[in-house]
Design a protein around this ligand. Structure first.
Ligand SMILES: Cc1cc2nc3c(=O)[nH]c(=O)nc-3n(C[C@H](O)[C@H](O)[C@H](O)COP(=O)(O)OP(=O)(O)OC[C@H]3O[C@@H](n4cnc5c(N)ncnc54)[C@H](O)[C@@H]3O)c2cc1C
Length: 494
């Protein structure tokens, strides 16, 4: 019997569609060519937010919906999403004028309505420096304080997919769709196991193409139809040792007036992002040295302790797949989603992490209408997403190993056991990059790789040479990233 629904892509949008559809009683298959969240969904700014800067481009509907979804996620996915205070510093003759920011925050609060997290406030320069002593004092007039939320993006995506599986969906990772054709009233999907090369076929009545920046490639498997207007822009982040006291900063870049963030992650800060048109094949997207220098130099203007030539601990990039709008500048392009319907195939374009749940609800409503399958009502706005910490704690007596790394970073044998047994982890980078906090530092990931490969190998039956190959795979990826950082630092000195 064919599946009711095939979802292509195990990023947040595909995982959310699979979860909603399975919870409403559909028979669902999700195929992901790599690891869950290995595409854009682990390279975001990790904010669950209304997106205050989208007010400047008039995207009020998106902001209102995102603020409502923020409230739902804070309530139902509290292990992965937490409130975060933001400061917007005001400098004399720099950035957006104070009255404009105040008006924007008042509108943001109005759009949030009863979902607002706390009242925004205006601070004078002394109060602003008391909250964030690292802010450059020269020209500082004060700051605006408001609240949004921060998330563990990859962990949230993995947990949504695992919950889809719990609801009955079949999830296959490292399963790349290589052929799609309509046979009678069903779709026939050909896919291969990326590790073994083995090829398989499955059938489904409806397809949701949730391949993010690869969406056009998936459509191309079906027919040489004209493009659906996908604009891909690269967003780079860098990680540096902590610059702020648990507050996020929303800053204005001096050279182009763009808004960007400095976000606290314990002993680290995440700086991002850039927004540059990029037509590189999505699997090869990487930060370039110019992105890294841009972020360091712009952040150093507001936070002089960060030297513009300081070497970051990490740099990573993701591709936004945006619905092409009329804006010339990438950062002014609309972030609203589009659902492109071609027969019984739905392609998802654009959209935000923050609105994944509501988008999935709309998509599953359409799937039901297109296939005529009777589905239950959507319950994702009232069903808690199970956390993973309790399950990991239960495994600790059996798997007691622990590896301490730089600062307070650590990885435990129980986390690895859980990732392999319950979360589809197949390679050490699945754990280092997406199921632990080690993503914050290249050196920590490199140091942990042999131990993680040893722990994984004991579950997956790896011999010595397989373990060595897995460690080598991590080292190779780390070397490539280190080269980008070297190039950025080289450029910074010339
Ligand atoms: C730099 C940056 C910062 C962002 N920051 C935020 C933020 O702070 N807050 C927010 O709300 N949103 C943010 N976003 C947007 C958000 O990250 C994206 O909207 C979201 O991650 C997109 O998820 P997706 O599932 O559509 O795509 P992806 O996560 O890219 O998933 C698509 C998946 O399809 C798989 N795939 C591709 N081809 C095949 C195939 N042939 N067979 C099987 N699988 C295939 C890929 O491997 C991939 O895993 C940001 C985006 C970027 C780029």
């Amino acid at each position: 019997m064919p599946f009711d629904l095939l979802v292509v892509g195990g990023g947040i949008q595909g995982a959310a569609v699979a979860r909603d559809a399975a919870m409403r009683g559909l028979r669902v298959l999700l195929l992901e060519r790599g690891d869950l969240a290995s595409g854009t969904s682990s390279r975001s700014s990790k904010l669950i937010h209304g997106g205050i800067r989208y007010l400047e481009t008039g995207q009020f509907g998106l902001v209102r919906e995102a603020l409502r979804e923020r409230a739902i996620l804070l309530r139902l996915a509290s292990e992965f999403v937490r409130p975060l205070p933001f400061l917007i510093p005001h400098y004399r003759r720099e950035g957006r004028p104070r009255f404009l920011v105040r008006a924007g925050l008042a509108l943001y609060a109005a759009l949030a309505g009863h979902h607002a997290l706390a009242r925004h406030r205006t601070l004078d320069a002394t109060e602003a420096r008391a909250l964030e002593p690292e802010l450059r004092p020269e020209g500082l007039l004060g700051a605006s304080l408001y609240w949004d939320a921060q998330m563990d993006d990859a962990l949230l995506c993995v947990s949504v997919a695992v919950d889809a599986e719990r609801a009955g969906a079949t999830i296959r990772t490292y399963a790349a769709v290589v052929g799609l054709e309509v046979r009678g009233s069903s779709w026939r999907a050909r896919f291969h196991d990326v590790d073994s090369g083995e090829e398989r076929i499955e059938e489904a009545r409806c397809v949701v193409n949730a391949a993010g920046p690869w969406a056009e490639a998936i459509r191309g498997l079906v027919r040489a139809a004209p493009g659906v207007g996908l604009r891909r822009t690269r967003g780079t982040h860098v990680v540096v040792p902590s610059l702020t006291r648990e507050k996020a900063l929303l800053l204005t870049a001096h050279r182009d007036g763009r808004a960007f963030f400095v976000l606290p992650w314990g002993e680290h800060s995440l700086i991002g992002t850039t927004d540059v048109d990029d037509s590189t094949p999505p699997e090869r997207v990487a930060p370039d040295a110019g992105d890294v220098r841009y972020l360091l130099e712009e952040a150093a203007r507001a936070l002089p302790r960060l030297r513009g030539d300081a070497r970051p601990l990490r740099a990573f990039a993701g591709l936004r797949s945006l619905a092409q709008g009329s804006a010339i500048r990438p950062w002014a392009n609309s972030r609203e989603h589009r659902i492109v319907e071609e027969g019984t195939m739905l392609t998802l374009i654009g959209g935000k992490y923050t609105t994944h749940r509501s988008l999935a609800e709309r998509v599953v409503d359409r799937v039901a209408a297109l296939t005529g399958v009777r589905v239950g009502r959507c319950v994702t706005a009232e069903t808690e997403l199970p956390g993973r910490l309790r399950a990991i704690a239960e495994l600790t007596p059996r798997y007691p190993g622990k590896l301490r790394l730089e600062g307070s970073l650590e990885i435990t044998e129980a986390e690895v056991a859980h990732a392999v047994q319950k979360e589809h982890a197949r390679h050490p980078d699945d754990i280092l990059e997406r199921r632990s906090r080690l993503w914050l530092r290249l050196d920590a990931m490199r140091r942990a790789a042999p131990q993680v490969a040893a722990w994984m190998g004991s579950h997956l039956g790896w011999d010595e040479s397989r373990r060595a190959r897995e460690v080598e795979r991590v080292a190779h990826a780390m070397d490539r990233e280190a080269q980008v950082l070297d190039a950025a630092m080289e450029g910074g000195r010339t």
